[in-house]
Design a protein around this ligand. Structure first.
Ligand code: NAD
Length: 464
């Protein structure tokens, strides 16, 4: 057993929101550098506990240990980064048109933030939201996925240990449809930040829209890698392997489509299939394991249903497509790395997010065709191109309609010092992580101050 958590009810959400409200006045008036010191301490504690937290992720969620450790590292990085922002939460001072007058913009907190997070990055994603929300002076009610409540609980405990005052960060657990939805529509909440599937995000956008509540949504993806005929093929194959099957294909940025130039299509497929067939499934705590299980029975069944959809649509299955029965895998939700070829862009397996170890390989005539194929889905999170041609990479960089574009690297591996997020059904834009236009813009609002110290009515301003 990994752990036991409470199943929160509406009364718990009421109490959490109340506590967040009570703590808000104190927290918003705590100088941002002081807030940053607590975040810095939290990053230190996370760092000291990295190994045990990484193991906990593997045990609770199933990702292999190296990925669990990577997830914790992201939270550490985010903690240090946002701690530093406590000394940089700057606005602008600009010259006035009038004498004896000054003007500035300030970042101020939004209020009580409800944060709703998924299971696939069970510490990193809460950290992406909690750290920037706190540094900006908000108080928080966090509702993590009920598939990974223990990781989230440990994360919150670490912030408390770092010295966070009571009520600043509150945790509720429970099913999204009950606890999450109640939190999103709670009258005491000022804003919602959600990461999860498009269907849930769209529903929450509707709820929040109806009550004029700010909501930020980061949702699914149908990410693609383009492999051009001049690509370093070995590198492209490695990119497709880890993009497609890393984290068992359960990343929002997973490369579930590979769009390959017709001249190297066959060659790529052969290499890709051979490499994928060597991936080792099993317990993520074992060193030799490459791919862990999928998260739960619902996902397991959904992925296998998509395999049937692909076959019916006429795609050719060249690897996997079934549950793994080898060794201990038979006891868990393991699905073999699955590759479909002869996939056409309009097929459901090339359009819909499967969120499992299933990759569709699609043939393209040329660069323009490849870019059109990549862009032709409702999603727009991450894309990649493998090419040695500087002009092709420039065209791809300009024309790929995704929030993130990788050149000669897979669709995964974002760094926290730049904004993270997608467009279309993947989200509204860059709202998480750091950099200009990143998380600080999500978790703070602008207040503008004009001060006239002339002591007289400066009529020019009114006459203008
Ligand atoms: P999900 O939408 O099922 O759940 C996400 C969170 O929302 C969970 O905490 C869940 O309990 C809650 N929830 C569910 N229904 C709710 C409702 N009606 N009201 C309020 N809250 C509700 O998603 P998931 O299965 O946990 O995560 C996988 C999805 O998340 C994939 O689509 C993936 O692409 C996406 N994701 C996106 C990003 C990103 O940054 N764009 C990152 C990671 C995962």
């Amino acid at each position: 057993m990994v752990g036991v958590v409470v199943r929160s009810g509406r009364e718990d959400v009421d109490q959490a929101v109340k506590a967040a409200h009570r703590a808000y006045e104190l927290w918003r008036l705590t100088p941002a550098p002081r807030r940053g010191e607590i975040l810095f301490k939290a990053a230190e504690i996370l760092s000291r506990n990295k190994e045990s937290l990484g193991r906990l992720e593997t045990r609770e969620m199933g990702k292999v240990l190296s990925e669990g450790l990577g997830d914790v590292q992201e939270a550490i990085d985010m903690g240090y980064y946002m701690a530093g922002e406590g000394r940089r939460l700057s606005g602008e001072t600009v010259p006035s048109e009038l004498p004896d007058k000054d003007m500035k913009s300030l970042r101020v907190p939004v209020g009580v933030f409800g944060l709703i997070t998924p299971w696939n990055f069970p510490i990193a994603i809460p950290s992406w939201k909690v750290f920037p929300a706190l540094i900006c002076g908000n108080t928080v009610v966090l509702k993590p996925s009920s598939d990974t409540p223990v990781c989230a609980t440990k994360f919150v405990e670490i912030l408390v240990e770092a010295g966070l005052p009571k009520g600043v960060l509150n945790l509720v657990h429970g099913p999204g449809g009950e606890v999450g939805e109640y939190l999103a529509s709670h009258p005491g909440v000022d804003a919602i930040s959600f990461t999860g599937s498009f269907d849930t995000g769209k529903r929450l956008e509707g709820i929040c829209g109806a009550i004029h509540r700010m909501i930020v949504t980061e949702m699914g993806g149908k990410n693609a890698i383009i492999v051009m005929d001049d690509a370093n093929l070995d590198l492209a194959v490695e990119g497709a392997i880890w993009g497609g099957f890393g984290t068992t294909g359960q990343r929002c940025t997973a490369a579930s489509r590979v769009v390959v130039h017709r001249k190297i299509y066959q060659k790529f497929i052969e290499k890709f299939r051979k490499r994928a067939s060597r991936l080792k499934l099993g317990d993520g705590l074992q060193k030799e394991t490459d791919v862990g299980p999928v998260i739960n029975e619902t996902q397991f069944n959904k992925i296998l249903r998509y395999v049937e959809v692909g076959k019916k649509e006429g795609a050719k299955l060249i690897l996997g497509g079934k549950a793994c029965q080898k060794g201990n895998c038979a006891e868990g939700y393991f699905i073999e790395p699955t590759i479909f070829v002869n996939v056409t862009p309009e097929m459901r397996i090339a359009q819909e997010e499967i969120f499992g170890p299933v990759v569709s390989v699609i043939k393209a005539e040329n660069l323009g065709d490849a870019i059109r194929i990549v862009n032709r889905t409702p999603y727009g999170l991450s894309s990649a191109i493998y090419t040695q041609d500087v002009n092709s990479s420039a065209v791809a960089e300009r024309d790929l309609e995704t929030g993130i574009v990788y050149i000669n690297a897979s669709t995964i591996g974002a760094e926290i010092q730049l904004p993270f997020g997608g467009i279309k059904h993947s989200g509204y834009g860059r709202k998480e992580a750091g950099g200009r236009g990143g998380a600080l813009d999500t978790y703070s609002r602008w207040k503008v101050i004009y001060r006239d110290f002339s002591g007289r009515l400066q009529k020019a301003q009114i006459d203008k």
